[in-house]
Structures are given as C-alpha cells and as structure tokens.
Design a protein around this ligand. Structure first.
Ligand code: SF4
Length: 188
C-alpha cells in the first residue's frame, strides 16, 4: 500500500510522526544500541504496525545492536524475538502492537524505556522531550499540567494538535499506531 514505511524513511517518519512513546524507544535504541526486553517488544510491534517489513525490521535491530555486540550474539539472542513479533516463530501469532492502555499500565524500572512517557517521565524529562518539538512554551505548560493530572492520553492528544497545526485526533488518542496514521494523514 501507499503508506508503508521503509528503513530509509524511518528517521524522517520518527521525527515527524511518532508519538513520544515510540520516539523515545527509537531514540534510545539509536543512542544506546540496546533496549531491554519490554522496550524491544513495544517498539518491535509498533514498527510492524507502521508497516516496516520483517526484513527491514531485522536489518534495523541488527544494525543498531551490532554497534555494540557481535553479529553471532545478535543472531543467538535477539533475532528470534524480531521474527516472533512478526508471527514467524513459536505459536506464530500475528501479535498486535500495544495500545495506549497497555503502555500506560506498564511500570518500567531503571534503565527501561517502555511505557507511556506522559506517565513515566518526570516533569523535567517531559519538558525536555516536548521542548524538542516545535511547539510553544505555553503549549508545553498545558501538556505537562495534563500529564501531571494523570490524563496521559489527553496530554498526548494535545501534543498531536500542537505539532499538527491544530488538527486533532477526533476519537482521542487510543493507540500509538493510530497517532502515527493520523499524523501521516494530517501532514498529507
Ligand atoms: Fe504513546 Fe499512547 Fe502514551 Fe501517546 S498516550 S505517548 S500514543 S502510549
């Protein structure tokens, strides 16, 4: 279909159309060349949801992880899980990407980056993440207030509006992949 993301579009797509949860995991794997299990799972399924093929996903994870570990170690310890996310291993279930509720209910420990940043980030980190988007200081304040009030999905919807010139997700933010699709639509 027309809305398939390939590896070469991935950086651009992440910058323009990933919600904070996916953007955070994406940035962390690029920075640390590693992600703990839950974060890998959340990002693997999200990337599948935006249309990245298994072959390209494998290349993405391998390229990042092999900046730190040898290829054999990647093949032995991490490749299975990538295929598994695409239903090519184990019970061969075509697993669906995490919903917002699932991300919000996660409790990432130290060194883990999965979950919903509106909930898991402290105020300072959330301000920094929002500050990296092209939105006003007032919008940042409003979004941070919503997040502090535990209205994570509403805060995320406000971020969507702020970065898409006032266009909103009518049904509200329910799913990181919905955020992505709506963003692509809004950006035309
Ligand atoms: Fe991701 Fe949903 Fe949280 Fe937004 S509200 S950052 S889409 S989990």
């Amino acid at each position: 279909g027309g809305d398939v993301v390939t590896l070469k579009d991935l950086n651009g797509a992440a910058a323009k159309s990933f919600p904070l949860c996916a953007k955070n995991l994406f940035n962390m794997v690029k920075k640390e060349h590693h992600l703990r299990h839950e974060g890998r799972r959340q990002l693997q399924l999200y990337l599948k949801g935006i249309g990245l093929s298994l072959e390209e996903a494998m290349l993405f994870w391998k390229t990042e992880f092999c900046k730190k570990i040898p290829a054999e170690k990647f093949e032995k310890e991490y490749a299975y899980a990538v295929r598994h996310a695409y239903g090519k291993e184990g019970k061969r279930v075509d697993y669906t990407p995490h919903t917002c509720m699932k991300c919000i209910s996660a409790n990432p420990g130290p060194g883990e980056h999965h979950g919903c940043p509106y909930k898991t980030f402290g105020e300072e980190s959330l301000r920094a993440a929002l500050g990296g988007l092209q939105i006003t200081g007032r919008q940042v304040n409003e979004i941070v207030d919503k997040a502090k009030g535990k209205h994570y999905q509403i805060a995320c919807g406000m971020t969507f509006e702020a970065v898409h010139g006032g266009k909103s997700i009518e049904q509200g933010v329910q799913h990181p992949n919905q955020w992505f699709q709506e963003s692509r639509k809004a950006l035309g």
